[in-house]
Design a binder for this molecule. Structure first.
Ligand code: MN
Ligand code: MN
Length: 313
């Protein structure tokens, strides 16, 4: 106590359909100097191979986040009581140039990370995780990656291009941005280009937990085990919304049937409590395919849950 922290604008101060269109209707900040954590958007989808639209996700997620209240009734987390959190807006990517956008995003995260602020990113397609991890490495060294996704995202190239939304995890391992021996992929499934699609990361030492190994069960025991093996080092959580079954999250570029439930998604994120989380992202929401808004609503909630498991909450 004694520290004054920013608070989301409450539903009894301003109707939830009004007020600022920031994440959870938090105040905005120009930089992260006074912040412990920030929400930041990357309206980027030029790395998408098929159904585009993730460029609209930050705005749509913020819109749905107006429904969120500050206290987590399941975990008792009270993130805004202990952390100073604001919405720092969007990264001004160059939507005509993917390579330039990579550099723009990396330098934006260099700026965010110059203070002790943990970024929680509203993607964007999954390409955005690569420049974020490049910036994170400069501050924290190679980190443990918890990657939740229907896809391995370890393609060597897509249509000949090394940087696309299906390649970031391969680049991250090649560039030693992450420590594969402590990293994990959860929720992988569907059809592949070859039977070995999920083996590349395994060959590098990544623990790959396919969706079928998650069916019919709570993932809380898995997370208990992962916390023990990961230990105290820095961890980045990259959450692709398509890890969830399309019944729950249809508004995404590359849906795959037989996916995780929303409850399992919550178990994964809540199970990260106690880890030294240094950043997280929620990627691949595609509002044009999200007719009900449920995908963006789920994304908003999962981002809030990430805030709730940060060190210091
Ligand atoms: Mn992905
Ligand atoms: Mn995916």
């Amino acid at each position: 106590m004694g520290k004054t922290t920013f608070q989301p604008l409450g539903g009894n101060e301003m109707p939830r359909f009004g007020g600022p269109s920031t994440m959870m209707r938090l105040p905005t900040q120009e930089n992260t100097r006074d912040l412990d954590a920030c929400f930041v958007g990357i309206p980027f989808d030029i790395g998408t191979s098929n159904r585009p639209g993730a460029r609209y996700a930050p705005r749509r997620i913020r819109d749905e986040s107006s429904l969120l209240r500050p206290y987590n009734m399941a975990t008792n987390a009270a993130p805004f009581d202990s952390l100073n959190v604001a919405d720092i807006g969007d990264v001004a990517i160059n939507t005509f140039n993917l390579e330039k956008s990579m550099a723009i995003i990396e330098s934006a995260y260099d700026e965010i990370l110059q203070y002790s602020c943990t970024p929680l990113t509203l993607g964007g397609d999954h390409t955005v995780s690569l420049p974020i991890l490049r910036a994170i490495k400069k501050k924290h060294g190679p980190i443990t990656l918890i990657h939740v996704d229907a896809h391995a995202d370890v393609n060597d190239h897509m249509f000949g291009e090394k940087i696309a939304h299906g390649t970031p995890i391969r680049r991250a391992i090649e560039e030693s941005l992450i420590d594969p021996l402590r990293s994990v992929q959860i929720g992988l499934r569907g059809t592949g280009y070859s039977p070995e699609d999920f083996e590349w990361a395994r060959g590098k030492g990544v623990r790959v937990i396919q969706a079928e190994a998650c069916w019919y069960k709570s993932l809380a025991p898995l997370m208990d085990e992962l916390r023990k093996t990961i230990g105290a080092g820095p961890v980045y959580l990259s959450y692709d919304i398509d890890s969830l079954d399309p019944a729950f999250a249809p508004g995404t570029g590359t849906p795959e049937i037989g996916g995780l439930t929303v409850i399992q998604g919550l178990e994964i994120i809540r199970g990260c409590k106690g880890l030294n989380i240094v950043g997280g992202d929620l990627v691949e929401v595609s509002p044009p395919y999200d007719i009900s808004g449920n995908t963006a609503l789920t994304a908003a909630n999962l981002l809030y849950e990430m805030l709730c498991i940060l060190p210091g909450v």
